[in-house]
Design a protein around this ligand. Structure first.
Ligand code: PAF
Length: 279
């Protein structure tokens, strides 16, 4: 496995791979890798001749400076994991290597068709502009045949699908299911910041989501939304930012549970956690 830190080095490697007509899988990440990332990488390794993993804490998608500063980073540990599961290349550029000054300082424009106005987009203004900026750049640099994303960031995935459609890119986006701890807690790099006590509290989020599935037979969408918010807020240490049951494609509010997904964001102490459940 080779670690690449410059675009120049990357472009010569990509050119050589393309000359051999090999299929390329890309797993974009911000590092602090866990078993959820590993499952994406393993799938890419199984489905492509070559697998790239990008490890880049993208500054343009953070609207909170403290969140960016506290985001866990450990390239050496990430590289060891990636090597052990068969990744071929790790692209780990610095912010200066990835972006010009202009790019860093201007908001990347994109027609989100309203997908950025709800949920994460509402609470993290500009976040998805940064995501589209970095992912479109990674796609341009690496030209993957397939790219792998986890369904935990469900809204991100919907936006990536729209981006690929609007930009008419040939990459195939592979949606990968949420990986959970045995306790039910959705795996996240942010879990590293939870104390053991906070982790115990956070486990309740998925339990309440799973339980809410039973209610759909006898309650309305609005009632289930309120029930989830109330139950989570009742757990000491947890505060719901939003829980919305929306259409799986448009992310707009729904009247019934067909093709519905419930997306939640919860503060567990200072740590912002997200999860979702399909009804
Ligand atoms: O999901 C993430 O980790 C990031 O948003 C991504 C897709 C790697 C872009 O920085």
């Amino acid at each position: 496995m080779q670690i690449i830190t410059t675009k120049k080095q990357l472009s010569s490697i990509v050119a050589a791979i393309q000359a051999q007509n090999k299929s390329v899988g890309l797993v974009p990440t911000m590092g602090a890798l866990h078993a959820g990332h590993a499952s994406l990488v393993k799938r890419s390794v199984a489905e492509n001749s070559v697998t790239f993993v990008s490890v880049f804490v993208n500054p343009t998608q953070f609207n909170n400076k403290e969140d960016l500063e506290k985001y866990p980073r450990n390239l050496q540990r990430d590289a060891e994991l990636l090597q052990s599961i068969g990744a071929d290349f790790v692209f780990a550029p610095s912010a200066d290597e990835m972006y010009t000054k202009d790019e860093m300082n201007t908001v990347f424009e994109f027609d989100f068709g309203g997908l950025d106005q709800v949920m994460e987009g509402k609470y993290r203004p500009g976040h998805f502009n940064g995501v589209v900026q970095v992912v479109s750049k990674l796609f341009r640099l690496i030209q993957p045949t397939r790219a792998y994303f986890g369904e935990k960031d469900y809204q991100q995935l919907a936006i990536i699908h729209r981006m690929v459609h609007l930009m008419q890119l040939s990459v195939e986006i592979i949606d990968c299911p949420i990986v959970r701890e045995e306790s039910g807690l959705a795996l996240s790099s942010r879990n590293e910041r939870l104390s053991p006590a906070e982790k115990q509290q956070a486990v309740n989020i998925s339990h309440i989501l799973f339980e809410s599935r039973q209610l759909k037979a006898c309650q309305t969408v609005k009632q289930v939304e309120s029930w989830v918010i109330e139950q989570v807020n009742r757990v000491e240490g947890l505060t719901v930012e939003y829980y919305e049951i929306v259409d799986q494609k448009t992310l707009q509010p729904v009247q019934d549970f067909s093709n519905a997904i419930g997306c939640i964001t919860v503060y567990c102490g200072p740590v912002r956690l997200i999860d979702n459940i399909k009804y």
